[in-house]
Ligand binder design. Structure first.
Ligand SMILES: NC(=O)c1ccc[n+]([C@@H]2O[C@H](COP(=O)([O-])OP(=O)(O)OC[C@H]3O[C@@H](n4cnc5c(N)ncnc54)[C@H](OP(=O)(O)O)[C@@H]3O)[C@@H](O)[C@H]2O)c1
Length: 199
């Protein structure tokens, strides 16, 4: 079974980045006691496929100089297929399994599920941004939200998840203090229509 998991970090005010697409506010948080590295490795053990929007992809390329140093891609993400949603022609990281797609999420779900199945790892990591994850939610493909909330407020920036999802659809599974972060995990319940479709 494929599980679609949105794992990300957010400000207290619900932004993924600042208005300049910078994450400096996140890297400035004292990492002591966050166990972020170990938790990320455990999470990645179950990840077969990565999905992201073009801003996120471009941010990673730019910040890590991945076009010039492509070997770093595999160090970070392994050989996992990465689906990048974009309507533009973007640079490719040599040697990485990057699949550019565009248009309705529902059209790409069979290929994403197939890639996860082939990998033998059931988790699809939805990296963001928030609207793309919202498109997965709209398509009935968002099972869990793992968010690390940083002690930072910002006046603006790309939102964590710009959809109206009320408490009837979200169950808090865990909430922990990790150093200066709160890590919260929510299960996303299927809409009543999705449940009756399956029965
Ligand atoms: N805090 C964190 O841990 C974290 C995690 C992830 C991302 N981030 C940051 O948060 C920011 C997110 O930026 P963002 O909100 O702009 O989101 P994004 O999802 O990374 O990029 C949005 C862009 O993706 C393309 N796109 C989205 N859906 C599409 C579709 N169905 N078909 C074709 N193209 C589609 C569009 O651009 P084009 O068509 O023009 O390409 C759209 O403008 C970035 O700065 C990123 O680095 C932070």
């Amino acid at each position: 079974v494929t599980r679609f998991v949105y794992a990300t970090a957010s400000t207290l005010t619900g932004q993924l980045a600042d208005e300049d697409h910078s994450l400096d506010w996140l890297f400035a948080v004292d990492q002591e006691g966050t166990e972020a590295g170990a938790a990320h490795e455990r999470f990645m053990d179950d990840v077969g496929v990565i999905v992201e929007g073009s801003s996120t992809y471009e941010w990673v390329l730019r910040t890590e100089h991945l076009v010039e140093q492509p070997e770093k891609w595999t160090q970070y993400f392994g050989t996992r297929p990465t689906f990048v949603f974009t309507s533009r022609d973007l640079p490719v990281v040599p040697g990485a399994d990057i699949r550019f797609v565009r248009g309705p999420v529902a059209e790409h779900l069979p290929a994403i599920r197939a890639a996860a199945g082939e990998s033998g790892r059931g988790t699809v990591w939805l990296c963001g941004g928030g609207d793309l994850v919202g498109q997965f939610y709209d398509a009935g493909a968002l099972d869990r939200i793992d968010v690390g909330i940083a002690p930072v407020t910002l006046p603006g920036g790309p939102p964590l998840l710009p959809r109206r999802i009320e408490s009837s659809r979200l169950t808090l599974v865990s909430a922990e203090k990790k150093g200066q972060l709160i890590t919260a995990v929510y299960e996303v319940r299927p809409a009543p229509s999705e449940v009756s479709d399956e029965t």
